[in-house]
Each structure stands twice: as structure tokens, then as C-alpha cells.
Design a protein around this ligand. Structure first.
Ligand SMILES: CC(C)(COP(=O)(O)OP(=O)(O)OC[C@H]1O[C@@H](n2cnc3c(N)ncnc32)[C@H](O)[C@@H]1OP(=O)(O)O)[C@@H](O)C(=O)NCCC(=O)NCCS
Length: 169
């Protein structure tokens, strides 16, 4: 069970008890707009997700808890792909945007992987129109590589994307 601590956040494993807090953003179209999952219409869907979300030795999944009020305000993860790149992602409750939390959480996840695995290669992808996410990725020092495309799990949404990488130093 891995827990990471930053100045304002605790990154810790998610549990079923997080359903109510997580449903605040999983059910919010403003948050899910560019996400690969569909907006949750019922808290049962959030519970199903929480039952299945698990970290492994090469995939770390976290809930992001704000230290000031101990509230779960987002979630994300970082995982190793077959191409040898670690990819990270995140989403946050709408009223917590614009405060630097995504950058803080992403940097902590990257540091964690570097501590465990050394000088790793990183990648991240966001919808081309998702300027805030692109900015987070750039603040983590990744650089734009190319445009791409990704589909939502249900196959109903297709997004033009921006792909970023950070090679080994
Ligand atoms: C993307 C998301 C995680 C960003 O979280 P956040 O905590 O607000 O991010 P940060 O505050 O760390 O950084 C956002 C940066 O983008 C900038 N930004 C925000 N909106 C922007 C916009 N429309 N255009 C350009 N820059 C923008 C912010 O000013 C900030 O940069 P700064 O610190 O230099 O001022 C959040 O908006 C979110 O949860 N979105 C929905 C889920 C999602 O899209 N996840 C990513 C999927 S790839």
C-alpha cells in the first residue's frame, strides 16, 4: 500500500468508502468531458470502478486527498506500458481546478516512479482542446511529440489528442 505526501496532498489507495466523494466528479460532465470513461449516472458505477481499481508493481493508482480538510478531491495514476514508457493521468473535482493540484499530484507520482525505477521515460496524452491538461503535462517537463487520437471506452467519443514525452535524461 503506497501513500505519498506532498505539500498540500496525500496520494493514497482508493477504497469503496470513497464512492460518495468520487461520485462528485465522476458524475460531473465538466470533469468527464475529455475522460476515457463515461459520466457516471449512478453511484453504483463509481462503486464498481472502486472495486476494480488496483495498484500493481508497475501501475500505481491513487486517490488525491487535500490535507487541509482531509477531503478526496481527485484521482489518477501512473503506469508502465509495453513500449517502456510510464504514462500518467488525473482528474479533479471541478471546484478544485486552477490551484495547481494536478501538477503537484503528477510530480509526486513521477518522483515515486523515479525513486523506484531510476531515470524512466514518461509519456502523457490529452485531448487537443484540453489546454489545462496540456499545461499540467508541460509543467511536468514533458514535450509535445505529435498529434494522435483516442476513443472513450464505450467507443462513443473520439478525441484528437496531443502526445507528450520525456526521454531519459
Ligand atoms: C486537467 C485538470 C486535471 C487540471 O487540474 P488543475 O489542478 O486545475 O491543474 P493545475 O492547476 O495544476 O494546472 C493547470 C494549468 O493550466 C492552466 N490552464 C487552465 N485552464 C487553461 C486554459 N483553458 N488554457 C490554458 N491554460 C489553462 C492553469 O493556469 C494552470 O497553469 P499555471 O499553474 O501555470 O497557471 C483539471 O482541469 C481536470 O480535472 N479536468 C478534467 C479531467 C481531465 O481533463 N483530465 C485530464 C485528461 S487527459
Amino acid at each position: 500500500m503506497i501513500t505519498l505526501t506532498t505539500e498540500r496532498l496525500i496520494l493514497r489507495p482508493l477504497t469503496l468508502d470513497d464512492a460518495e466523494a468520487a461520485f462528485e466528479w465522476t458524475s460531473d460532465e465538466r470533469v468527464t468531458k475529455y475522460m476515457i470513461y463515461s459520466t457516471h449516472r449512478s453511484i453504483e458505477t463509481t462503486k464498481e470502478w472502486l472495486r476494480t481499481v488496483k495498484s500493481t508493481d508497475t501501475a500505481f493508482e491513487f486517490g488525491f486527498v487535500r490535507r487541509s480538510d482531509n477531503k478526496l478531491i481527485g484521482s489518477g495514476g501512473i503506469r508502465l506500458h509495453d513500449d517502456g514508457y510510464w504514462e500518467f493521468g488525473y482528474n479533479f473535482r471541478y471546484d478544485c481546478w486552477g490551484m495547481g493540484y494536478a501538477t503537484e499530484a503528477s510530480k509526486a507520482m513521477i518522483d515515486h516512479v523515479r525513486k523506484q525505477f531510476g531515470d524512466v521515460q514518461l509519456k502523457a496524452e490529452c485531448a487537443a482542446e484540453n489546454a489545462a491538461s496540456a499545461h499540467v503535462i508541460e509543467k511536468c517537463e514533458l514535450v509535445f511529440k505529435e498529434y494522435g487520437e483516442y476513443k472513450s471506452y464505450d467507443g462513443l467519443k473520439t478525441f484528437k489528442s496531443k502526445k507528450f514525452v520525456l526521454q531519459k535524461h
